[in-house]
Design a protein around this ligand. Structure first.
Ligand code: NAP
Length: 431
């Protein structure tokens, strides 16, 4: 397996030279063909995602469509992003141009098996880089399909190779001289390991790791909107999203009303057959992940949390669960709860909300619901996060940079920032 993967990387090395030599217009044609496949086979691809990791089909369809939207975004903006930028200096002419680096390794997670790959692949392919992808072991069907989708027969060479490898072989790939950069989306331990290898072999790295985002509801918030958004932010994809609202912080004065309305909506979520388009919440991706969530909840209950609904597991299915009376010392507050468990803590005033929000090793983003938008905007610098969303759940959107600080990683994806990470930012000077 490893030998085959190393050979694939060597093939990509020569393909890279041909790919980067193509005019941007030709690279755009390839991306357009990839986008056409997404639109023509949406249901087929979505069904592969659902089969691999249990995401309800409607959400898998939305994921595939979002990848097509991302293609449109970069197709529309890449000329502008790659246009050389003149800079003032003491020379007669100076400017900056963006050139590709070469073959990149992308180590990808299973929770959004298509979206995570596309948001790395599209900007980098348009820039002129090519990709070797080590996908998560539990999404083999999606990984193989992605390999097919990214082949463009008209080129005569590959620009993307799926490497079906175990994670212990990642170091050998990073060490390959053709690999010029590595990006990992995944857990903190995997991030530490990949960053260590990237340092050892002096390769540029980007890490998109876990999160434990606070979802803050102030007493002046529009309660109905806050409740509906919080349910979606926490329970989407059975809670298996890095940007899920994992710690709900609600102001004491409205806590009773919020908790009652929120719990009622969580109980009403439609469970059932993952291929039924009306199903809203399904099983988790694997039974071991559900067992881990079960253990975290049990420990937090023994530490004094209160269970309002859910709390039972059947195989990989974990009931949508609401816990209140959660304090910062409890496991469900301190660690990333990567499952359908809403964790509710109360605060007295906004100062306490900021302190609780920042009391996390992660720093991916925060949501704040309040009608006093001017005040909340003025407080944005005080949040140790990669993103502050006001009256909206955290969402990854092609127009906006996405990434974290602290143990949520480093570097950015999406928008023009996503093109810069693996670009050679080249200075050109004329005397
Ligand atoms: P994971 O267990 O870390 O796996 C992610 C990828 O890394 C998989 O391909 C995995 O391969 C590989 N991997 C695991 N350990 C490794 C190691 N020591 N060296 C090299 N590669 C290794 O994470 P996951 O369970 O798939 O995904 C969930 C995590 O991803 C959560 O923490 C979530 O918050 C985070 N995430 C972050 C973002 C973001 O943008 N910030 C987005 C989505 C998810 P195997 O499958 O073969 O083990």
């Amino acid at each position: 397996m490893l030998d085959k993967a190393l050979t694939s990387v060597s093939k990509l090395e020569s393909a890279y030279l041909a790919w980067k030599a193509l005019p941007l217009a030709s690279r755009k044609q390839t991306i357009t063909r990839i986008q056409e496949k997404l639109l023509a086979h949406t249901e087929e691809y979505a069904s592969a995602i659902t089969t691999d990791m249990n995401k309800p089909l409607a959400q898998s369809i939305a994921e595939v469509k979002k990848c097509a939207t991302l293609c449109s975004y970069y197709l529309n903006h890449i000329d502008e992003f790659l246009r050389p930028q003149p800079l003032q200096s003491n020379w007669s002419e100076s400017y900056v141009r963006l050139d590709p680096l070469g073959v990149l390794l992308a180590v990808m997670p299973w929770n959004f098996p298509f979206w995570q790959v596309f948001r790395v692949a599209i900007p980098n392919l348009l820039l002129g880089n090519v990709l070797a992808v080590k996908h998560a072991s539990n999404v083999p069907t999606a990984a193989a399909l992605l390999d097919e989708i990214f082949q463009d027969e008209t080129l005569g060479f590959p620009i993307y190779k799926n490497l079906p490898l175990a994670s212990q072989h990642v170091e050998a790939i990073i060490a390959h001289p053709a690999i010029k950069g590595v990006t990992l989306t995944g857990s903190e331990p995997a991030g530490r390991s990949v960053a260590q290898c990237a340092g050892k072999y002096l390769k540029k790295s980007v890490l998109e790791l876990g999160g434990s985002a606070a979802f803050i509801i102030c007493e002046d918030a529009d309660l109905n909107k806050a409740v509906a958004t919080a349910v979606n932010a926490r329970m989407q994809n059975a809670g298996q999203s890095c940007i899920a609202g994992k710690r709900i912080l609600v102001q004491q004065s409205i806590a009773k009303a919020f908790i009652a309305a929120f719990t009622e909506k969580v109980k009403a979520l439609k469970q059932g057959d993952k291929y039924d388009l009306t199903t809203e919440i399904g099983a988790m991706a694997r039974e071991d992940l559900a067992i881990e969530i079960e253990e975290m909840v049990a420990q937090s209950l023994s530490e004094g949390a209160t269970l309002l609904c859910g709390g039972k597991r059947t195989g990989a299915f974990y009931e949508p669960t609401v816990l209140t009376d959660v304090t910062p010392t409890m496991r469900v507050f301190k660690e990333e709860t990567f499952g359908p468990v809403a964790v509710i803590t109360t605060f007295q005033d906004f100062e306490e909300a900021i302190a609780l929000s920042n009391q996390s090793d992660f720093g991916l983003g925060v949501t704040i619901f309040s009608q006093n938008v001017a005040f909340i905007k003025s407080q944005a610098p005080r949040f140790d996060e990669g993103a502050v969303y006001i009256n909206e759940m955290l969402i990854s959107d092609p127009h906006l940079p996405f990434g974290g600080i602290k143990n949520s990683g480093y570097g950015r994806e999406l928008s023009h920032f996503g093109v810069l990470e693996f670009a050679n930012i080249k200075t050109v000077v004329v005397k």
